[in-house]
Design a protein around this ligand. Structure first.
Ligand code: ISJ
Length: 386
């Protein structure tokens, strides 16, 4: 058989798979509607486990290895869960969630990491998207605060470089609420306008966060001049007309393709599994359906006395509230005093969390809720393959 004919067969099969995936997603939406009617939780881990075991066994009898089948169907299930969550959220906030045009402020322009994250997050929240590129995290917050955007999206932490302090500090002073989160895989590449090699690069353009996340790899290039840019998309702009092969930018391969750039090195982050977590801000808080996993975030200061933070954390233990992150940042204007940022896996509508917050308010000099939002930590069930 001719190669072109075989490729035609593959194209047809891929098309059929796509039609089936779309059909599955439509049915998953119907399942979400049934769950709304019957007040059932979105997640059913037992069913996911059962399905995965059956699929892995079925795949084996067709000659497909278990890891492959597991990976494909975990991805399918995670997509299904995220879409169901978004539907339930829309239902819980019906009065406020209808936006014919959703204006979103984000960092950079087309091809920046924040652009990719914005498109991914809002693909599950259908309404016409109008993206407003900004040049700093501060400008994103200002744009939403001034009513020029309905949402702002900001990276808050990364598996290679840790917390993004500037964003944490901005959260101290805003009245916007966190209404969503998104974890997005970030595969940093070195890209250039012409076919060249990393050793030939004399000048590198990068956002400081991206540079920090690739520091181990970049340490070998002693003579390379670094120019920091406001976003990866701005770094792409700087190199796109180069003909010397001596200029490169750091950013995503997906973004670089939009600028016609070539990848000369990839997978550059210090951690192999490099993910960024983004938060979505809006002027008004949302209420999270009790049928989906929720997270709540607040900031608090504690009294300047021994054990004050321990006492605050004991309140969480007492009310069985599961903390998933604790971060501290200096309080602007008060040297050596710290503001604590607390993330918990709980819904503000849970009695336990409401009681914990009540007790914390009595115990701490300052506590501000930043928001309760759906948790996007939706790993599909884990099964072992024998
Ligand atoms: C579709 C459902 O909802 C969720 C998603 C699943 C899936 O996509 O297969 C399975 C179980 C649930 O966690 C369901 O409950 O059947």
């Amino acid at each position: 058989m001719e190669l072109s004919e075989l490729r035609q067969d593959i194209n047809e099969i891929d098309n059929e798979l796509m039609i089936l995936l779309a059909k599955r997603r439509r049915i998953s939406h119907l399942v979400a509607e049934a769950k709304i009617q019957q007040n059932k939780p979105v997640r059913d881990i037992k069913r996911e486990e059962q399905m995965l075991v059956e699929l892995i066994n079925g795949g084996k009898s067709l000659g497909l290895d278990g890891y492959y089948v597991k990976q494909v169907f975990q991805t399918v299930i995670e997509d299904s869960v995220l879409h169901q969550q978004a539907l339930l959220q829309k239902h819980s906030n019906a009065a406020s969630s209808h936006l014919p045009i959703n204006r979103v402020a984000y960092l950079g322009s087309q091809g920046s990491y924040s652009d990719l994250a914005t498109q991914k997050y809002f693909s599950r929240h259908p309404s016409e998207l109008k993206q407003l590129g900004c040049t700093s995290f501060n400008e994103i917050i200002d744009t939403v605060e001034q009513g020029k955007a309905d949402h702002g999206i900001l990276p808050i932490e990364n598996t290679s470089s840790g917390s993004i302090n500037e964003v944490y500090d901005l959260l101290q002073h805003t009245n916007l609420s966190i209404v969503g989160e998104l974890t997005h895989p970030v595969n940093h590449c070195m890209v250039s306008a012409v076919d060249t090699k990393p050793e030939k690069i004399k000048k590198l353009f990068a956002h400081p966060q991206v540079y920090a996340q690739c520091s181990n790899y970049l340490n070998q290039f002693h003579d390379v001049e670094i120019e920091y840019c406001e976003a990866s998309s701005a770094a792409f702009e700087q190199v796109k007309n180069d003909t010397s092969g001596e200029l490169a930018a750091l950013g995503s391969g997906e973004g670089a393709r939009l600028y016609g750039l070539q990848i000369i090195a990839e997978a550059l982050a210090n951690q192999k599994e490099n993910y960024s977590r983004f938060i979505v801000l809006a002027p008004k808080e949302v209420s999270v359906s009790t049928q989906i996993p929720a997270k709540t975030t607040w900031i608090m200061s504690t009294e300047q006395k021994p054990g004050a933070l321990v006492d605050a954390l004991l309140v969480l233990k007492e009310h069985k509230v599961n903390m998933c992150k604790l971060e501290s940042r200096p309080i602007t204007g008060n040297p050596w005093e710290e503001m604590f940022y607390v993330d918990v896996h709980a819904n503000l509508q849970d009695k336990n969390l409401a009681n914990a917050i009540r007790d914390l308010r009595a115990l701490t000099p300052y506590l501000k809720l930043l928001g309760c939002y759906p948790s996007e930590d939706v790993q599909a069930a884990q099964v072992t393959i024998d």
